[in-house]
Design a protein around this ligand. Structure first.
Ligand code: HPA
Length: 275
């Protein structure tokens, strides 16, 4: 049971022993969105391999590291590299790093991801602030016995994505002149991309973007009472009218192209966040 309160404390203590630093904002960087980490004035870096029980990404180019320091003057902890359910990790393992961020001191969480656009009005390269999500992963990080020290048995999800943070993101985007969409993120298991019939279904369900991450972390964060902001990079249009099949390479290429805009937006939001 790697998701016990004790194991979360053990991981947090190991990090604090290496880097005595109290972050207040946790940031999870999604596929192809790693460049934000270069903007952090580093106090210290801890490779995931050196944190007890920390799950390690199997797909991205590097093994993953936790970067601690200041971004726009705010104390942050950045998870560079995340794990997904499709890698074979349990939802509790996928959510474990977020619980550790909370134990370190983070009360705010910024989750980011690459996602396919379902909304026909949108284009690849758009940025979206997440207003809500649909969990179609058929699993949940809170399955199993509940530890009240982490949160309640039946946590509320009516305001999973903090409305004030959504409004802050929209204001920052306006001031930075960065177009920003707002919509519903649906999480699927992957790793296969969706069929055209599945994409039609997801759009009918009311989703604007589809991806394979984020939801386990957000559920765990809300369980802990953290305030959450979610930002998706729309890396391909997943409308079901197949012009060109989506590939991981294309997702990475579009993410790289939009990365400067993404970095500018997140920096501005972090600068304006009231802790
Ligand atoms: N589908 C699911 N996950 C994704 C996609 C997609 O089209 N693009 C990026 N992540």
């Amino acid at each position: 049971m790697i998701w016990t309160w004790e194991s979360v404390q053990e991981a947090a203590s190991a990090i604090q022993a290496r880097v005595p630093f109290r972050p207040e904002i946790g940031i999870v960087l999604g596929t192809g969105l790693g460049a934000l980490v270069d903007q952090v004035e580093r106090t210290g870096t801890v490779p995931y391999a050196e944190i007890p029980r920390f799950p390690r990404p199997t797909v991205e180019g590097h093994a993953g590291e936790l970067v601690l320091g200041f971004l726009e003057g705010k104390p942050v902890a950045v998870l560079r590299g995340r794990t997904h359910l499709y890698e074979g990790y349990s939802p509790q393992e996928v959510a474990f790093p977020v619980r550790v961020l909370h134990a370190l001191g983070c009360r705010l969480l910024v989750v980011t991801n690459a996602a396919g656009g379902l909304n026909r009005e949108w284009r690849a390269g758009d940025l979206m602030v997440i207003s809500d999500h649909i969990n179609l992963q058929a699993t949940n990080p809170l399955l199993g016995p509940n530890d009240e020290r982490l949160g309640p048995r039946f946590p509320d999800m009516s305001r999973a994505y903090d409305p004030e943070l959504v409004a802050l993101a929209e204001r920052c985007a306006l001031e930075e002149r960065i177009p920003l969409r707002k919509g519903v993120y649906v999480a699927v298991l992957g790793p296969s991309y969706e069929t055209p019939a599945e994409l039609r279904m997801l759009r009918l369900l009311g989703a604007d973007a589809v991806g394979m991450s984020t939801v386990p972390e957000v559920i765990a964060a809300r369980h802990l009472g953290m305030r959450v902001l979610g930002i998706s990079a729309i890396t391909d249009m997943a409308t079901g009218e197949v012009v060109q099949p989506v590939t991981h390479e294309e997702v990475l290429r579009v993410a790289r192209d939009l990365e400067p805009r993404f970095v500018r937006l997140v920096r501005r939001i972090v600068r304006e966040m009231v802790l």
